[in-house]
Design a protein around this ligand. Structure first.
Ligand code: 4AD
Ligand code: MG
Length: 434
């Protein structure tokens, strides 16, 4: 009996050798050799070699198959056959082909294309093997993120995208009309996640965030996804432990569940296998020493730039936690260390292999008066933060949290040069299409 199956069902041995099946998909590649015609068919779940032995088929079937061009859609019927020479170890011995949608002059051919061309055709580029692998890994990373927090008693608190004020500095705000006032696209859900932590103890938000990044770098998008846990009664040390366990869980889950995709991307996984807690903890002052020793022209008190982050992370075989940044270069809501009043109880995690900052977090200022003074110092509109100050007015507690950027995490785990390939449709300073 013939039934419609997915290619992954065959490759995962859920369809037996010798059974007749029907696949629905798109032509990935076609090649002929004497009396044989090989169609590589993809259906989103895998790629299957479908072989036609022309002398045993009627002329109409052969003609239909020969007329297929790259990315034409089709239905194809045949018998599953174990064959070690075929990709995946199985091939389909074809008995029938029905073309569906034609595909004339498909723009992405097996030859090399430049990145801008491919980004212009992103809606089609998603079908290519490497892009498919990257987005499946992204999917697994997002699932791992959610599983990690869900399994530890965190409650998901969705935070708004229209907000009344800045969270991460006024220079990267996207402003939009909101009836007779202005709204800003959220830069971070953190302030609302803090309200969530006071309500649920452990909360997290996870959604798109927006920054009007004017610089063109390989790490910056204007729209990116961030997950932000927030925990009541947690200090900076607790925050670091949560973050390192979280990163270990994500990386180890991808290694386990997406081995095939990592192979497709030719990712050297030995470096990922190292990602096990605990991670080294490095004080800002110590990190500056590393830079001086490496001969980099770094001025004490600044935030680290990309070359600085690379130089620091090269000293370690796994992600490294930098803590106690000068509060002058960090956000208004970060608590200062009473023992080092010019330093914030902040931490960033730098990924290995030059991927830079993937996590930013801190213990939050929990004192009403101090927080109000910081809001004024940073020239933020106090009236937009009255609700946030209420969290300090009514039962304030020490609390901490962090944000992990999904795209930088995907770039690192997949070993990609640029974040533009880590999200289905990237938004950057010069890209709003497709
Ligand atoms: O360090 P950031 O700005 O921290 C926050 O937004 C805090 N509110 C998080 C918190 O404590 N709840 O951003 C956090 C992470 C960065 O480490 C980076 O991974 C990512 O978000 N990120 C970006 N990713 C892509 N493109 C951009 N323009 C990014 N800006 C930040
Ligand atoms: Mg940061």
């Amino acid at each position: 009996m013939q039934s419609t199956v997915y290619i992954e069902d065959i490759l995962n041995h859920r369809a037996n050798d010798g059974t007749e099946v029907t696949l629905q998909g798109w032509l990935y590649h076609k090649r002929s050799s004497g009396k044989l015609l090989f169609l590589l068919v993809r259906d989103g779940t895998g790629i299957m070699q479908c072989t036609l032995f022309k002398p045993s088929l009627d002329a109409k079937t052969v003609e239909a198959a020969e007329g297929l061009s790259q990315e034409a859609s089709l239905t194809i019927t045949g018998t599953v056959h174990k064959d070690d020479r075929a990709p995946g170890g199985y091939e389909l011995q074809v008995s029938g082909v029905t073309p569906m949608g034609s595909s004339v002059d498909y723009p992405i051919t097996p030859k090399e294309h430049g990145p801008e061309f491919l980004m212009d055709y992103r809606h089609l580029w998603l079908r290519s093997k490497n892009q498919h692998a990257i987005l499946r890994i992204r999917h697994t990373i997002i699932k791992a993120i959610r599983d990690f927090f869900d399994n530890r008693g965190f409650t998901l608190v969705d935070t708004p995208i229209f907000t009344p004020a800045a969270c991460e500095g006024t220079s990267t705000l996207f402003e939009t009309d909101y009836f007779d006032t202005k709204a800003y696209l959220t830069q971070s859900g953190q302030l609302y996640a803090e309200a969530g932590a006071m309500a649920f103890g452990k909360a997290y938000c996870f959604g798109p965030t927006f920054r009007a990044e004017k610089s063109k770098t390989r790490r910056h998008l204007t729209e990116f996804w961030m997950v932000e846990p927030e925990v009541a009664f947690a200090d900076l040390a607790d925050n670091m432990v949560l973050a390192e366990q979280f990163l270990e869980y994500i990386v180890q889950t991808v290694l386990k569940d997406r081995a095939e995709e990592l192979t497709t991307l030719e990712r050297d996984t030995t470096k990922l296998e190292n990602v096990k807690a605990p991670f080294p903890r490095v004080h800002y002052d110590e990190a500056v020493k590393i830079l001086k020793e490496a001969g980099l022209p770094f001025e004490y008190g600044n935030d680290f730039g990309a070359p600085d982050e690379t130089a620091i992370s090269e000293k370690f075989d796994r992600p490294v936690i930098i803590h106690h940044y000068p509060s002058a270069v960090k956000s208004f809501y970060m608590k200062r260390d009473p023992g080092e009043p010019d330093k914030a109880l902040a931490m960033d995690i730098l990924a290995p292999e030059g991927y830079g900052e993937i996590v930013g977090g801190s213990q939050r200022e929990d004192d009403y008066e101090v927080l109000l003074a910081r809001i004024k110092e940073h020239k933020l509109p106090a009236e937009a933060f009255d609700w946030y100050l209420d969290l300090r007015r009514y039962g304030t507690v020490p609390h901490s949290g962090f944000g992990l950027g999904v795209e930088r995490t995907v770039a690192w785990i997949c070993g990609l040069q640029h974040v533009r390939e880590t999200i289905p449709f990237a938004r950057m300073i010069h890209r709003l299409k497709p």
